[in-house]
Design a protein around this ligand. Structure first.
Ligand code: DC
Length: 220
């Protein structure tokens, strides 16, 4: 069984996907972590994040593992734990540029398909229901008002002890939305057959319950 969740940054995808996977007792796969890990490696090795061919060559010789962990996922980049290192502002900013390169996407999409062939997953990202698994059993498209998405990101950063500049955060989310929506390959767009969920006014429990109901209905 493959369940896809797509949507913009801060819509609640990771939190919800993690919970849903737990309820269904299947694996949770965070695909953004893969783009982030390749981006981190490029930054570490001084590879220009605008150079598509260099990035594609780098991705081809990179091993990224996204492993289930108690509080989400543990991410290994060439066997080194980079779970925290891929969440910095710098990696976040560059990852949306790296994710805009078609040749890089081809490699990373391939990793995702390979995982989905072997096991049941709840998989979240931007192009999962449209490009990676267009035949997935149940698809969701999750969104929330920009203000609410900024509030959630700010809270996450504050909890992790980082200073928060709300104006910069808003500008950054807007810019990432634009890049994700406007790229030529794998843009952020709702699959026609995806169930749209606006999470702005709902609690996590309410959203998970709604999704479980949808999945049950599909399996009947
Ligand atoms: O969901 P996230 O913020 O961890 O994603 C990091 C970046 O990767 C973000 O800029 C969007 C991009 N991404 C993508 O293009 N396709 C995916 N399936 C997942 C993430």
């Amino acid at each position: 069984m493959i369940i896809t969740i797509d949507g913009p940054a801060g819509a609640g995808k990771s939190t919800i996907a993690k919970r849903l996977a737990k309820e269904l007792k299947i694996t949770y796969l965070d695909t953004g972590a893969m783009y982030r890990a390749v981006t981190l490696k490029a930054l570490q090795q001084g590879v220009d994040t605008l150079d598509e061919d260099a990035l594609a060559e780098l991705a081809a010789v990179t091993r990224v593992q996204v492993l289930p962990a108690e509080d989400g996922v543990r991410v290994l980049l060439d066997d080194v734990d980079v779970t925290a290192a891929i969440r910095t502002e710098e990696v976040t900013r560059h990852s949306s540029i790296v994710a805009g390169k078609p040749k890089v996407r081809a490699t990373i999409v391939d990793w995702q398909r390979r995982i989905g062939r072997e096991q049941s997953i709840v998989i979240e990202g931007r192009d999962i229901g449209t490009v990676v698994f267009p035949d997935a059993e149940v698809k969701f498209f999750m969104d929330a008002e920009l203000e609410e998405r900024v509030r959630r990101r700010a809270r996450e950063l504050e909890e992790a002890g980082h200073p928060v500049d709300r104006e910069a955060l808003t500008a950054d989310l807007r810019e990432r939305d634009r890049r994700d929506q406007e790229r030529s390959v794998g843009p952020l767009v709702k699959a026609e057959d995806a169930v749209a969920i606006n999470t702005t006014a709902y609690t996590i429990d309410e959203v998970v319950a709604k999704m479980l109901e949808e999945i049950r209905r599909h399996n009947q």
